[in-house]
Write a protein that binds this ligand. Structure first.
Ligand code: PMP
Length: 363
C-alpha cells in the first residue's frame, strides 16, 4: 500500500464561514473540507488511498449498491484534548466492527491499520474543523463502504469504495441533559437472529424509518424494539443500546440486554459495562422483557433507564409509551447512576479524567 496522496488543489471553506459553522454546527449538517477515498478491486485489493476535496461521488446508475444495498458504515467521534492534540474514542473497536459488518455483507474487509490511518489523514488535513477543548463539541467521523461494481446480477460486488467524511458536531444537549420519551414498538421488529442486526449496514436503518415515524407521531424521540421471535424481549433502540438501573444508593444493579445475535454490539455499551463495574455497581447482561420494564418502572424496582451510543453518549429515558399506555421512569428526571456514568465517560473522552483503559487514540 502506497502512502495517501493529498489533493494539490485544496478548497477550504473560508475561515470566517467555518467559524460561523463551528459556533452552531448541529449534527450532520456541515462537512469538513476533505474526504478520504480508497477503492478496492478483486485484482488490486485496496489501493490508491487519497485525500480529496469533499464533494459528490460519481456513480454509474448500475452500481450494485444502488440496487441491492451492499453498504456498511461506522460512526465515531474525535475530540480536542487539553494539550491540543486530537484523539478519538476506541477507534480500534470501530475498525473491528467495520470488518465484521463487511464480513456479514460479503464485502471486502478493510484492514484496521488502513481504517485508523484514514482517520489520522483526514483530521490532519482538516485540523481547523476540530472544535476547541473544554466544550461538548466534537468532530463526528463517518467511514462507509459501498459496492461499486456495475451490473444487475445479485452477487457480491467485485469492486468497493471506502470513503471517510467528517462533520463538526455540537453539544447533544446544549441546554443540559434532557430525558427522552421512548416508543415501545410492537408492530415492527428491527432484526432477527441470523439477519443483519449485528452489522452496521444501511438497510437496517432504512427499515427503521417507518417505526421511527410511528414513534414521532406518539411524541417519542426513539423506538425501542423487541425480539423478532417472541416479541417479548427488549433488544435496543434504532441507534442506541439500552440500560436499566435496579435499586438505589449502595445497592445498584445495572442491567443491559445480552447480545442476542440480533443486537448491534455498541462500543459505548461495552465501555459502560466496565465503568459501571468500576463504580461499584453489580453489572448483568441478560434478557429483559417488555413486561419487566413496564412493571419494574411502575413498582419502582427499576429506578433509571438510559440509552447509550456514540452520538449522545448517554440519554436518560423519561417515559416509555406503548399501545396500551405509558409509564414514567423514576421521577422522569435523569437519575444519579445515569449522570455519574455520563460524566465519567464524557470526561475520559475529553481528556479530563484518567484514561485507565487506554481507550483514547491520538490521531
Ligand atoms: N445500536 C444501533 C442500532 C446503533 O446504530 C448504534 C450506533 N452505532 C448503537 C447501538 C450504539 O453503538 P455505539 O455505542 O458503538 O455508537
Amino acid at each position: 500500500m502506497t502512502a495517501f496522496s493529498r489533493t494539490p488543489h485544496p478548497s477550504p471553506v473560508p475561515e470566517d464561514r467555518r467559524a460561523e459553522i463551528l459556533a452552531d454546527p448541529g449534527f450532520g449538517r456541515y462537512f469538513t473540507d476533505h474526504m478520504v477515498t480508497i477503492p478496492w478491486t478483486a485484482e488490486q485489493g485496496w489501493h490508491s488511498p487519497s485525500v480529496v476535496p469533499y464533494g459528490p461521488l460519481l456513480l454509474d446508475p448500475a452500481s450494485m449498491v444502488l440496487h441491492y444495498g451492499q453498504e456498511i458504515f461506522e460512526g465515531l467521534k474525535a475530540y480536542q484534548q487539553p494539550d491540543g492534540s486530537v484523539a478519538s474514542f476506541r477507534p480500534d473497536a470501530n475498525a473491528a466492527r467495520f470488518r465484521a459488518s463487511a464480513g456479514r455483507l460479503a464485502m471486502a474487509e478493510l484492514p484496521d491499520e488502513l481504517f485508523l490511518a484514514s482517520l489520522t489523514e483526514l483530521l490532519t488535513v482538516d485540523r481547523a474543523w476540530v472544535p476547541p477543548a473544554g466544550g461538548e463539541e466534537s468532530v463526528y467521523l463517518r467511514p462507509f463502504m459501498l459496492a461499486t461494481e456495475v451490473g444487475l446480477g445479485v452477487r457480491p460486488s467485485a469492486e468497493y469504495l471506502y470513503v471517510l467524511i467528517a462533520s463538526p458536531a455540537g453539544a447533544y444537549f446544549p441546554g443540559g441533559v434532557q430525558p427522552v420519551d421512548v416508543w415501545l414498538c410492537t408492530d415492527f421488529t428491527r432484526a432477527a437472529v441470523g439477519g443483519t442486526g449485528t452489522a452496521k449496514c444501511g438497510g437496517n436503518y432504512a427499515a427503521s424509518l417507518l417505526p421511527q415515524a410511528q414513534a414521532t407521531a406518539h411524541g417519542c424521540a426513539q423506538v425501542a424494539y423487541l425480539d423478532a421471535a417472541e416479541h417479548r424481549w427488549v433488544e435496543e433502540m434504532g441507534g442506541m443500546n439500552l440500560f436499566y438501573v435496579f435499586g438505589s444508593g449502595d445497592s445498584v444493579e445495572v442491567v443491559t440486554p445480552e447480545l442476542s445475535g440480533s443486537i448491534l454490539p455498541g462500543i459505548t455499551r461495552d465501555s459502560l459495562l466496565l465503568l459501571a463495574k468500576e463504580l461499584g455497581c453489580e453489572v448483568t447482561e441478560r434478557r429483559i422483557s417488555a413486561e419487566e420494564w413496564l412493571t419494574g418502572c411502575a413498582s419502582g424496582a427499576i429506578s433509571e433507564v438510559f440509552a447509550c451510543g456514540t452520538a449522545a453518549v448517554i440519554t436518560p429515558v423519561g417515559k416509555v409509551k406503548h399501545n396500551e399506555g405509558e409509564v414514567v421512569v423514576g421521577g422522569g428526571e435523569p437519575g444519579p447512576v445515569t449522570m455519574r456514568l455520563r460524566d465519567l465517560l464524557t470526561k475520559i473522552q475529553r481528556g479530563t479524567a484518567p484514561d485507565t483503559h487506554s481507550w483514547m487514540h491520538t490521531l
